[in-house]
Design a protein around this ligand. Structure first.
Ligand code: ZN
Length: 464
């Protein structure tokens, strides 16, 4: 066969195999026997192996992978793939929404999507053909894992339209598949996320093809000024052939008619006004365990792209999106001492000094106890073993006492007088204040003052 004939034959076989796959899987109306289908498939595979330069990037054979060892060359992303800022309470989330609305001054709306616990993937399509798939890496440079990603059924090798764009999504594995397969491999992964990430880095794509990895795609059309709303992008993604979350939430000041058609097509998508966000989040928390895969929170995004462009990015995160995490990262530590701070307004804040612990990327050695009410509600004393958590970027807090101290220390009590100037403190709301306008703490700013020393065995303070 001449090269030209081989090329034509490959094109013919690709189309035929794809057509028969469609008839078999989507329409359940096969026109040929399994044996005839296998023959077409094998012929295509053989020609592609013999003439690799003539193989098409969206050939259906890509789904079965190859036995050749993959290299994963590093690739620089065309723009940074940033991570999201996080909050851990509905209050914090509402503050962010409120702030976004005020800062932009526009009637903005928000989408809420699942935050799936998987492996981020960046997909490059040229004229509708998947040409490259890159891991997120450090956000700037990732690894090219195209051959492995081509084996994942959820990711179209060819889109329904000849679109040239970059898309971002997540690759994951269902919990039941993880449990079944994890024990079969020599290396045991701690959770489905690690399993998915490890699977994507297997050397042979034919092995990846055997793992039931799945995918959702949730961003795309970067820099395309013709699409101005995220909800329309999500809808467009489904039309192109991507898998998109079944339970997207959309919240605006008023219900807009223009999206009626989109919501008619996506019956699982929910819309409402700002007041409904709370309930949506609470409901998602409840359905979380019923999903076949793990989600660790929700992602709230500003719907309007021109507003997104206006808000831009910090060094680490987009300002137009926020992750709502279901669980705050926690650690266990011991209260070594409690330090009473006097702020510029005269406000008294008890701060616990704890044995340093590593929580969500930083070492924590000071945690706030807020005020006497908070201390009383926890019943916390120096020497107690406590659970500590970081809620977003705010100061870490003590969540609960896990084990009472055996030194006889009682629930901590704030002093009656200012630890800096000695003036009797006054109660205002939940907090105590030093009323002395000439208090050095109020003049020079926050001064820490240790009052707890006498209450515990000093020898225990040193490193162990
Ligand atoms: Zn004072």
């Amino acid at each position: 066969m001449t090269r030209d004939k081989v090329k034509k034959r490959i094109e013919y076989l690709v189309n035929e195999v794809r057509r028969h796959q469609d008839l078999y899987y989507k329409k359940a109306q096969p026109e040929i026997s399994d044996r005839e289908y296998d023959a077409l498939f094998d012929e295509l595979l053989k020609l592609e192996r013999r003439y690799p330069d003539l193989a098409l990037p969206d050939s259906p054979t890509k789904r079965v992978g190859s036995d050749l060892d993959n290299e994963f060359p590093e690739v620089r992303h065309p723009f940074p793939m940033l991570s999201l800022d996080k909050v851990y309470t509905i209050d914090e989330l509402e503050s962010w929404i409120e702030k976004s609305r005020n800062d932009t001054g526009y009637d903005i709306s928000f989408t809420v999507e699942e935050k799936i616990d998987g492996s981020t993937i960046v997909l490059h399509y040229e004229n509708g053909i998947l040409v490259r798939a890159v891991t997120r890496g450090d956000g700037f440079v990732g690894n090219d894992i195209t051959e492995n990603v081509r084996t994942i059924k959820d990711i179209p090798l060819r889109l329904s339209e000849p679109v040239t764009s970059i898309f971002r999504g997540e690759i994951y594995i269902d919990r039941k598949d993880f449990e079944k397969l994890n024990s079969q491999f020599d290396s045991i992964y701690a959770n489905p996320r690690n399993f998915a990430a490890g699977s994507l880095r297997r050397k042979k794509s034919s092995e990846v093809a055997k793992i039931p990895l799945k995918s959702y795609v949730y961003e795309g059309f970067y820099g395309d000024v013709s699409i101005k709303e995220h909800l329309k992008v999500l809808h467009k993604l489904t039309e192109l052939g991507f898998r998109v979350f079944d339970d997207v939430g959309y919240f605006s000041s008023t219900i807009k008619k223009e999206y009626d058609n989109i919501f008619k097509k996506h019956t699982g998508w929910v819309r409402g006004t700002y007041r409904d966000i709370d309930n949506f989040i609470i409901r998602m928390k409840e359905v979380r365990d019923k999903l076949p895969y793990d989600i660790d929170g929700l992602v709230v995004k500003i719907n309007e792209y021109p507003i997104r462009d206006k808000l831009g990015y910090t060094a680490h995160h987009p300002r137009w999106a926020m992750a709502f995490k279901f669980e705050a990262p926690q650690a266990v530590s011991e209260i070594l001492d409690i330090d009473v701070q006097v702020g510029r307004t005269g406000r008294i804040t008890p701060v616990a000094r704890i044995k340093p612990v590593w929580i969500a990327g930083t070492t924590v050695s000071n945690v706030t106890l807020h005020n006497q009410d908070y201390i009383n509600s926890l019943d916390v004393a120096i020497g107690d073993v406590v659970a500590v958590s970081r809620h977003g970027d705010v100061i870490p807090a003590v969540d609960e006492v896990i084990e009472k101290n055996d030194k006889g220390n009682k629930t901590f009590k704030l002093p009656d007088t200012c630890p800096v100037c000695g003036t009797p403190l006054i109660q205002d709301g939940a907090h105590l204040f030093c009323p002395n306008r000439n208090c050095p703490a109020r003049i020079y700013g926050r001064i820490s003052f240790f009052v707890g020393k006498g209450q515990m065995d000093i020898e225990n303070l040193g490193p162990e």
